[in-house]
Design a binder for this molecule. Sequence first.
Ligand code: SF4
Ligand code: SF4
Length: 565
Amino acid sequence: MAKVPNSAELIDSLLNTPNLARGDVPDEHWMDVKPVFKPGNYCWPGKPKIVEYHGFPNSREWKPDEEDWKLPENWKEIILEGFRERLHKFRSLKVFMDVCVRCGACADKCHFFLGSGDPKNMPVLRAELMRSVYRGEFKTAGKILGRLAGGRKLTIDVIKEWFMYFYQCTECRRCSAFCPYGIDTAEVTMMAREMLHLIGVNINWILEPAANCNRTGNHLGLQPHAIVSSVESLCDDIEEILGRRIDVPFNKKGADVLFITPSADMFAMPGIYTMMGYILLFDHIGLNYTMSTYASEGGNFGLFTSNEMMKKLNAKMYAEAKRLGVKWILGGECGHMWRVIHQYMSTMNGPADFLEVPKSPVTGTVFENARETKMVHISEFTADLIKHGKLNLDPSRNAHLKVTWHDSCNTSRGMGLLEEPRYVIKNVIPEENFHEMPDNCIREQTFCCGSGTGLNTDEFMETRMKGGFPRASAASYVNAKHGVNMMGCVCAIDRATLSALMMYWNPDVEVCGLSELVGNALIMDGEKKRTMDMRMEPLPGVEEEEEPEGEAPAEEAAAPEGGDA
Ligand code: SF4
Ligand code: SF4
């Protein structure tokens, strides 16, 4: 494992390396610069047995930092045929290859470029890595004039460059939000990764979770009994906090709603606190729901692998909804699950006509936006409950938190989920405790965590910390200006990756999910006086109020206090 430089060392090395983002102009044509693989700037290749499990071709042991990648003899024909096939099949790819006018509007919008200053991390040049081959191998002018017409031939160095830079793109789509032609470089990256799979060039951190998900229903490969016992242990914690037991139904046939969330919410910090928030919410409103030990993963690593894989992993959620006979699906706080649902579900697996158009059993609201997918996001569902006055909330229980909101790329740019989480937050924490990061890095312009699309692996940490730098800088700003100590988000990958990012750049800022804050604020029927939050840490002011001797200060005595408010 590569030694990860600390934040001061990383800044030092960036300041001492030529950096286009700071105005250093390269003295070589980009086509002449070969990729250099070194620990920290690439992810480990797919293990042969995992590649074989997926039925992908050309499984073998190989190392990116070795000269010989052991590619199949006819690797060039395979890639060019794969390219030709995709140009024919996906009109969007053909358009993206043809219409870029190199205006440069996207150039400084990528977090990997801003964090590294590497020209090939500019979205325009990242896509050009593929466009140049398109011109050089398929277009007459490029075939004849070569570099003069922006074309080049496909070589092994090009393949190495594709592997490096299409695995330094988190498919976040920030660049596309600025492109006047709507070119989506994320889709270019997806196509490049698909083609690299054809010659056995891929990364294990994506393929292994996808294999696990295919086999057991979740990324970690957990068996049904492990899932149930993990959620039960969260119910034990809830019992300690509330003083009463809440159980979670699994695989219940005939429930109104199937709830599916990322498996990380059931196992990993800080997602487990979000899971506890869901459990409290569903009990609070008496929701007739079930979870599944088979559709036990909202996340879809197929999005980072191939269209076919994405389609297969998405389909399992609907197959389970059919088996259990529920009316509709409620989805938890996940990022790529929602990108798949909103961008691809309809054409890949939909419409899910065997389910009903989602209708809240509590408020009667019909979620028309989910008419096709039959799947509602938990923050839409919760915002609707609050709007209709159905939740008994005490925001003062979150008074120790000064919160900012990270719009996760897939839910913000991928599905337009911008207002609902903010509406929920402002109702579950004291409103004055909410502070936005600067306008040019939130909502549709949000910065990526720097580790999405399956790049959240330890061996890639140095590049992750560079790519996450713009997001971390914005967090530093609100920390310094307003004392922000918590960053909320609705994505399980973000909860994990932002935790590492904040630990590295801003140790004063922690990370939470939206439903964790909801769980803290909910005043539950039959609960004992709340003294702990979902993390089982003391609630503010409670110790003083529990002092047996003396009188509490007047303002504390007047403040709402847990379940007694
Ligand atoms: S999709 Fe995101 S990571 Fe990829 S080039 Fe665009 S801005 Fe960069
Ligand atoms: S903004 Fe669009 S058209 Fe302009 S360089 Fe980038 S991808 Fe090309």
